[in-house]
Design a protein around this ligand. Structure first.
Ligand SMILES: *[C@@H]1O[C@H](CO)[C@@H](O)[C@H](O)[C@H]1NC(C)=O
Ligand SMILES: *[C@@H]1O[C@H](CO)[C@@H](O)[C@H](O)[C@H]1NC(C)=O
Ligand SMILES: *[C@@H]1O[C@H](CO)[C@@H](O)[C@H](O)[C@H]1NC(C)=O
Ligand SMILES: *[C@@H]1O[C@H](CO)[C@@H](O)[C@H](O)[C@H]1NC(C)=O
Ligand SMILES: *[C@@H]1O[C@H](CO)[C@@H](O)[C@H](O)[C@H]1NC(C)=O
Ligand SMILES: *[C@@H]1O[C@H](CO)[C@@H](O)[C@H](O)[C@H]1NC(C)=O
Length: 759
């Protein structure tokens, strides 16, 4: 034993060099990490002289004891320096090695990438280590990085932290001061961002082993720490987890976009599956919680007939539903709510799921909960597959199970596997909570099997750890990003979670919605006062758009503002997201930013930006400048569907801001579109776009446009023989051009001709 310790020590290069300096890119601000090897402390700042975060002790729990650098129980046995290169570039690593018990080694490593605005922290358990649990799933067994909650700057810093299910929908904000922070800890914890009042942001999040890595905020010790989940008891040899601190100098939205790009590039998550997902691109009909037909059918009939009638109603009314979502009412469940077998109940679908599929031809988004301990698939219950059973839950542990389930489910039209109750399943099993790897294996096996069977996945009730795990699963394309819809509730407020979802390459989903206010006989005894807001938000989210109306109670005109006559969603390029000023106001509450929801997005066509701005539930006025939504000076117009008067383009510049007022409520929300002024030889033209849609200029409608000396021509696509009307302003005078799409689904609109040529 002792002999081996010596060998280890000999292999370590001691180093007592001074604090490392992070190589600086040209801008004056960058992430600066400073190490102090005599106290095993470190600091983070956004320049060489600033300090934002001071470290808290490095801690490892093992053998039922706590080892800390605070009292020397964590004994340094060496420092190792290295230069290496990985997918993120070349880096210098500094590893502090500690011995926690005779011959058991752990370490804390700093990876500093050359000329980059981020640092990676790595914890390593070199040996099989037992007795690590602190018996608290809201805590962590190891602390690195760990920072004090303390005031470090003359002006206060603020924080914005994601937490809880639906991609961190329980987000918290405040100033970063002892006693004032409120951060979700443990299994529901998520990425944390520290902000200054100008929007400089440092995001800290897990970088690997997402299912077993957590953040823990300790109010009593005034610190935040990242490490392995608090009930993990045995850590296998060489198990390492990593955490990233990422500095974004261009505002919080930009910081998340850049952080997300780095994460996606590292994990190889492309946008291919998201871009091509049929259920993200086309209108669907939903039956989940909040929808009219959630555990409810038409009177005197079953679900099969009800859905066939929904389809018939849609066809008669011209609502182009292209797929259906089936919720938990369709399969057999145990009394504890868990799923026994994932098949249709005979009284729900007398002809089976196959029968429904044959009648409707609709692809299916199939909902699933957690597996019951009574599941027929488990070997313990006479089934064929390996499961861990911990009543009332069960979790499959082999990919073949998922592979067989998905292959069979394809036969009844499954297109998207919706895994709901992700948080409950993970939190409910001791097996997942106590393992360093089980949670990760569960999601990866599910994901690989879906990919191998041509399915995509929608996550629901996903904690941020599940959300981060989607980086490793190409087919997780969409996720619910707010609480369940109930008519009239706050489920539409997904402008903050959309930032997180989009950064991970996942389309945020607003959930179903009603398109009319009163739907008689509904099980909720509720009404929807703001159907327009919910419809607009669903469309602007870029996630699925899925009404859940009672037959006979759809507002067809409202639904059709979202899509073309084929049901293709006319959406913007990216989800509408809360602007930085809204987030800063939530954190600092200094009255500088808007009080209410102010979100922006854009369509980009031929490198031209058409920005979209939504303001709702405003409780104070706010003057918004184009730079705040990433726009150059331009013209801005109110959405013609909600403007009370004719649409008029207004100059929109830093000197001529848009004055948002408290008249932007939920029922009368404000929606604006920007467009530049194109100078033709004899006149100026501003393009508003398609008059009757939430997104008047959508890439799904306008493929490209050309500006000539005397004409503007738009290449359009749409449904066979669909009629579309575009609005332009010629020298500020409105001009409507009506057009019919041709056989090929294409047409070229000419402004000077006031007409289209079918292509
Ligand atoms: C490093 O830590 C030691 C011990 O706490 C302290 O005395 C010293 O001033 C620190 N060095 C720097 C550069 O902060
Ligand atoms: C712990 O790991 C280190 C590094 O791999 C090794 O040298 C040492 O022998 C291991 N200790 C035990 C008890 O196996
Ligand atoms: C799970 O953990 C809880 C709390 O530690 C304990 O009461 C329960 O018996 C455990 N269940 C199983 C199946 O191990
Ligand atoms: C069923 O009938 C009741 C009583 O006539 C009515 O109130 C309710 O709206 C009907 N439900 C549906 C789903 O049509
Ligand atoms: C339904 O809601 C109305 C208005 O909120 C209330 O007066 C009524 O009692 C409710 N009915 C039931 C059955 O809860
Ligand atoms: C907004 O208000 C400012 C000052 O009150 C004014 O100068 C500006 O023209 C207004 N903007 C618009 C678009 O009306």
């Amino acid at each position: 034993m002792i002999h081996r310790v010596l060998i280890l020590l000999l292999s370590i290069t001691y180093s007592h060099a001074g604090p490392l300096k992070f190589e600086s890119p040209t801008p004056p601000r960058y992430l600066s990490l400073r190490l102090n090897q005599s106290s095993f402390s470190y600091q983070i700042g956004i320049s060489e002289t600033s300090t934002w975060l001071n470290s808290a002790p490095i801690v490892f729990n093992a053998f039922g004891k706590t080892y800390s650098t605070a009292d020397g129980t964590l004994k340094n046995v060496g420092v190792r320096r290295d230069n290496d290169i990985d997918r993120l570039g070349s880096y210098t690593s500094t590893e502090w090695l500690f011995s926690i018990e005779l011959n058991t080694i752990v370490s804390a490593t700093f990876k500093q990438y050359t000329s980059q605005n981020f640092v990676i922290f790595k914890q390593t358990f070199y040996n099989d280590t037992t007795g690590c649990s602190v018996h608290d799933a809201s805590s962590v067994i190891s602390h690195f990085p760990a920072f004090q909650v303390a005031v470090t700057t003359p002006e206060p810093l603020g924080y914005f932290s994601y937490g809880g299910f639906m991609f961190g929908f329980k987000h918290t904000f405040g100033t970063y001061e002892p006693g004032k922070v409120n951060i979700v800890s443990g299994t529901a914890s998520g990425p944390f961002a520290l902000l200054d009042q100008t929007g400089n942001a440092v995001i800290i999040s897990p970088f690997s082993e997402f299912m077993s890595s957590s953040l823990h905020y300790s109010g009593s010790e005034n610190s935040i720490r990242w490490g392995l989940l608090g009930e993990v008891d045995t850590v296998p040899a060489h198990f390492a987890t990593e955490y990233i601190a990422f500095f974004g100098p261009g505002g919080i939205n930009q910081a998340y976009a850049d952080w997300g790009r780095l994460m996606r590039e590292f994990y190889g998550k492309t946008s291919a599956y998201r871009d091509s997902d049929f259920t993200i691109n086309y209108l669907g009909y939903y039956t989940d919680n909040g929808a009219y037909y959630y555990y409810q059918t038409e009177n005197n009939t079953n679900y099969e007939q009800t859905l066939v009638d929904v389809q018939k109603y849609g066809e008669v009314q011209g609502i182009p539903y292209r797929y259906v979502q089936l919720d938990s009412w369709f399969y057999p469940k145990a009394s504890d709510q868990g799923v026994i077998t994932w098949i249709g109940l005979p009284d729900v679908f007398p002809d089976g799921l196959e029968g429904l599929n044959q009648k409707t031809k609709w692809p299916v988004v199939g909902h699933n909960r957690f597996w019951s301990h009574q599941t027929t698939y488990a070997k313990q219950n006479g089934g064929e597959y390996d499961f861990i059973i911990q009543p009332p839950f069960a979790i499959p542990t082999e990919e073949k199970f998922w592979d067989d389930l998905f292959r069979y489910s394809r036969t009844w039209g499954l297109a998207v596997y919706e895994q709901d109750w992700l948080d409950i399943e993970f939190d409910g099993l001791n097996a997942t909570l106590t393992s360093a790897r089980l949670g990760n294996n569960w999601l990866l096996q599910m994901g690989r099997a879906a990919e191998n069977n041509g399915l995509t996945i929608q996550y629901c009730m996903a904690d941020p750890r599940d959300a981060l795990s989607s980086l490793e699963i190409p087919v997780v394309t969409q996720a619910r990003a707010s609480e369940d819809y109930h008519p009239g509730n706050n489920n539409w407020r997904l402008g903050l979670t959309s930032i997180f979802a989009d950064s991970l390459g996942v389309a945020p989903f607003k959930d179903n919605f009603w398109t009319t206010t009163y739907q008689p006989g509904n099980k909720y005894n509720l009404s929807e006062p703001n159907p327009e807001l919910t419809a607009a938000v669903a469309t602007l989210s870029t996630g699925p758009v899925g009404p859940g109306d009672k037959i006979g109670f759809s507002n067809v005109e409202l639904i059709m503002r979202s899509c073309d006559a084929d049901g293709l969603i006319l959406k913007p390029n990216k989800p509408a997201m809360a602007i930085d000023a809204q987030i800063l106001e939530l954190a600092f509450k200094n009255g500088i930013g808007p009080a209410g929801e102010v979100w922006s997005t854009y369509s980009m066509i031929n490198d031209n930006y058409f920005h979209i701005l939504l303001a709702a539930d405003m409780t104070s006025p706010y003057a918004l400048m184009p730079s705040q939504i990433g726009s150059l000076p331009t013209y801005i117009m109110e959405n013609s569907q909600i403007a009370n008067s004719a649409v008029v383009p207004v100059p929109f510049s830093e000197d001529q801001p848009l004055n948002l007022t408290t008249a932007c409520t939920k029922s009368n929300f404000c929606l604006y579109h920007t467009s530049m002024r194109f100078s033709l030889s004899d006149r100026n033209v501003i393009i508003y776009g398609e008059f009757s849609k939430w997104v008047p200029m959508s890439r799904n409608r306008v493929i490209s446009f050309t500006v000539g000396s005397n004409d503007i021509q738009l290449e359009l696509q749409g449904a066979y023989m669909e009629i579309v009307t575009f609005l332009f302003f010629e020298d500020m005078n409105p001009v409507y051009v009506k057009c019919q799409i041709g056989d090929s689904g294409r047409a070229t609109m000419s402004l000077v001709d006031r007409a289209c040529q079918q292509v």
